[in-house]
Design a protein around this ligand. Structure first.
Ligand code: FAD
Length: 384
């Protein structure tokens, strides 16, 4: 596929990973990003063994290149009591792949560093049209013709309706706050990741980022808070005031400038297909643009990396036809995406059930079910 041209819309995890695989296959890639700079966020996140394998297939070692911190166990607590736990280390034990906590900005930097010479980056470029007749993407003043357009433009993708008009973004009626604390102020170091389900549909989780510090995440019902970070910090303090140790310590150690908030949303139903052929090329969805899942099982970035690796595999195996490759990508991804999206939505519904419901459901769920589900989610390997 020498001298084929691809346009990738969006330079998040999905778009960067997509540009890496395309350039490795010899494509000329225009990577169009509306932000002024290619930069990750100050956030901690989990990459399960599946995502770590996908990263490795892109030539990036999650521990060495991204300073990922292996997670031993994942604990779920029902208010004060341990409700269930599973061994995160066991998930990738058969091939020695860890599940890790990573700093988002470090993951981002590692992806940017892997972009090949054939990738031309266009920052501050807001794509506002996709030409589905003579395949191309454009902004207000320019146009990029292509054999393949990859829409990796996030959960609000205006491109998704071209392929999957029946798959809107659903607002889950909650907001997620995340904090990151530098190592010298981290209140507690742990090799486990912990998530506590509390009353009133609130959750609080925390983990360790090694020399990058510690991180926490909290979900509360309601919409985005318009107040200053200082007031948001005070509100979080109040919402979690009587929660068990070390919740208060994490919040107290966080400066308002180290807080971020995001609405909790997901794409539902999952698109029935992820591509649209155009001539012998086409348009394809990747990452949150395709399947933004409810962010309760920490799967989205891992899925985005898997998408990119699978697209690379499909293009390699159908070297003569982009359209065939896209159909093959679709077949390889849809069952997995549906499984993760359904489970994420189901767990999100349990977590949003209010005090009595969440508490009794959590009590009823056996450890073996949790371990099996986690193992199923992490059991993805690059196709060959
Ligand atoms: C609270 C929360 C916690 C999470 N925790 C985890 C976790 O622990 N582990 C995990 O794996 N996942 C987690 N996720 C999910 C993960 O963050 C996302 O799935 C992932 O970042 C999606 O990457 P993406 O590249 O598909 O989309 P995005 O990161 O949204 O990137 C899209 C890019 O496209 C650009 N763009 C959009 N429109 C245009 C346009 N018209 N023109 C040009 N550029 C455009 C945007 O500026 C952006 O850079 C979490 C999500 C949330 C909300």
């Amino acid at each position: 596929m020498q001298n084929r041209r691809a346009v990738v819309v969006g330079a998040g995890v999905a778009g960067l990973a997509g540009a890496i695989v395309l350039s490795e296959l010899g494509w000329r890639v225009a990577l169009l990003e509306r932000r002024e700079r290619l930069k990750g966020d100050d956030l901690g996140m989990i990459l399960w063994a599946s995502g770590v394998r996908a990263l490795r297939a892109l030539g990036i070692d999650a521990t060495l290149d991204v300073s990922g911190t292996p997670v031993d166990r994942f604990e779920i607590r029902n208010e004060e009591r341990l409700s269930s736990s599973f061994s995160a280390a066991m998930l990738g034990a058969d091939d020695g792949t860890p599940s890790v906590m990573v700093h988002n900005a470090m993951l981002y930097e590692a992806l940017v560093a892997r972009l090949g010479d054939s990738v031309q980056v266009f920052p501050a470029t807001q794509v506002d049209r996709i030409d589905m007749v003579d395949l191309a993407a454009g902004d207000a003043s320019r146009r990029w013709d292509a054999d393949l357009v990859v829409a990796a433009d996030g959960i609000d993708s205006p491109t998704r309706p071209l392929i999957a008009p029946g798959s809107p973004t659903v607002d889950a009626g909650a907001v997620a706050f995340r904090g990151i604390i530098p190592a010298h102020r981290a209140p507690e170091r742990t090799t486990d990741a912990v998530e506590i389900y509390g009353p009133d549909r609130r959750r609080f989780g925390y983990g360790d980022l090694g020399h990058a510090g510690a991180c926490w995440w909290a979900t509360v019902p309601g919409g985005m808070r318009p107040e200053s970070p200082q007031i948001q910090h005070e509100l979080i303090n109040r919402w979690f005031a009587d929660w068990p140790d070390p919740v208060g310590k994490f919040i107290a150690a966080t400066r308002p400038s180290e807080l971020t908030q995001q609405p909790v949303r997901y794409v539902w139903p999952v698109p029935a297909r992820l591509h649209q052929p155009v001539g012998d090329g086409g348009l394809v969805l990747m990452g949150d643009a395709a399947h933004g899942v409810a962010p309760i099982l920490a799967q989205g970035a891992g899925l985005a990396l898997e998408d990119a690796v699978t697209l690379g595999w499909a293009l390699r195996h159908h070297a003569g036809s982009v359209a065939d490759a896209l159909a093959s990508y679709d077949r390889a991804r849809l069952a997995r995406i549906k499984r993760v999206a359904r489970l994420s939505r189901r767990v999100h519904t349990i977590a949003s059930g209010g005090r009595g419901v969440t508490k009794s459901l959590l009590r009823a769920v056996p450890d073996s079910w949790v371990q099996n589900q986690a193992a199923g989610l992490a059991d993805w390997r690059p196709p060959n």
